[in-house]
Design a protein around this ligand. Structure first.
Ligand SMILES: Nc1ncnc2c1ncn2[C@@H]1O[C@H](COP(=O)(O)OP(=O)(O)OP(=O)(O)O)[C@@H](O)[C@H]1O
Length: 322
């Protein structure tokens, strides 16, 4: 398990991570989400002892990274797949990692196999494609067969096969009971692979929740209904829910289940042509949660919006979604 408590990092005037508290449980894939510059990498670096917190703590299985006796056996990380010696072969890179961490050399072949590196392991890293580098980075993270895994944007730059491979790999690790934290700014990707999400913006916690709760925590369930008697249905529903007219024959209802809308329409003698619950995508939920915390909104050329310092959580009744 990974625990972050009151974690704060300042670089001069920039507060990259601001009093962040959350836990990452074993047996699940936890997505770590936030717009560019939200503080994801800085947080991961502090978990891995690569950056010193200005305040607060980050621990792995109850210990700070520096206090782990065999770090690679407890935590595996993919941070920057570019940071490898270009003149070494993939295999040499892995052998050095194993030797310097007291890991048996038999693990080298095991992770080459597991990461699908194959014969590329005998080639020099400078000739690797981004996908191959990513596989080597993952092989390195797996060397010590760790229980806790951190991946910073693992699907960046990968083709569809690579993306599918990463998805299956992460799911497999979680199913084996490992702790998996994976950062991304690709919401659509997280919707496919994460069980839980920790969302940050401007260094602060915005949501820490099951994905389903994030989706449903935003203004409640919406129901779309089409009827030739929209005025009549509007009147029948108005007392019980918030109703808006979205087209001549269409209403959007917030605060009722589809079945309740159907029953009320029936009671009012209104015929329905369409009745469906609107599926919120994580993309929409994320945009809505983080819109105030994005450093720069690029939509209007020439305009730069100042970073908002008020926590977005104020828009959620009970603070961060949990
Ligand atoms: N070494 C550093 N010195 C100064 N500022 C830094 C440093 N590292 C990060 N920052 C700043 O801290 C903030 C958080 O950066 P970080 O890289 O952690 O965000 P991120 O969520 O990982 O973003 P991205 O998705 O773009 O990688 C940014 O404003 C960044 O410019």
């Amino acid at each position: 398990m990974i625990s972050v408590a009151g974690l704060t990092k300042r670089y001069g005037p920039v507060t990259a991570v601001d009093d962040l508290t959350f836990e990452v449980a074993a047996g699940k894939v936890t997505g770590f989400l936030g717009p560019n510059g939200a503080g994801k990498s800085t947080t991961m670096r502090m978990v891995l002892g690569l950056d010193r917190p200005t305040a607060g703590t980050a621990t792995v299985n109850g210990k700070r990274y520096a206090g782990l006796s065999a770090p690679l056996r407890e935590v595996g990380a993919l941070l920057d797949a570019g940071a490898m010696h270009p003149g070494r072969t993939g295999r040499a890179h892995l052998r050095i990692g194993a030797r310097s961490n007291g890991i048996p050399l038999s693990r080298v072949d095991a992770v080459i196999e597991q990461a699908g590196l194959g014969s590329a392991a005998r080639r020099r890293v400078k000739g690797y494609s981004l996908g191959m580098r990513q596989r080597l980075g993952i092989a390195t993270a797996l060397l010590g067969d760790p229980e806790v895994l951190l991946f910073d944007e693992p699907v960046n730059g990968l083709d569809l096969d690579g993306v599918r491979w990463i998805r299956a790999l992460l799911r497999g690790f979680a199913d084996e009971g490992r702790t998996v934290l994976v950062s991304s700014h690709l919401m659509s990707e997280m919707q496919l692979i994460a069980d839980r999400v920790v969302i940050i913006g401007g260094g602060r916690l915005i949501a820490d929740s099951d994905i389903g709760a994030v989706l449903h925590g935003l203004g409640g369930q919406r129901v779309l209904v089409r009827t030739p008697a929209a005025d009549e249905l509007h009147r029948a529903l108005a007392e019980r829910a918030s109703v808006s007219r979205t087209a001549q024959d269409e209403l959007e209802v917030t605060g009722l289940e589809a079945a309740e809308v159907g029953d009320l329409a029936h009671a009012a003698g209104v015929r329905l042509h369409h009745l469906a619950e609107v599926e919120e995508s994580l993309e929409q939920a994320y945009l809505s949660l983080t819109e105030d915390s994005v450093d720069y909104h690029g939509a209007v050329p020439g305009q730069v919006r100042e970073q908002v310092t008020e926590p977005v959580t104020e828009r959620l009744a009970d603070g961060p979604v949990r």
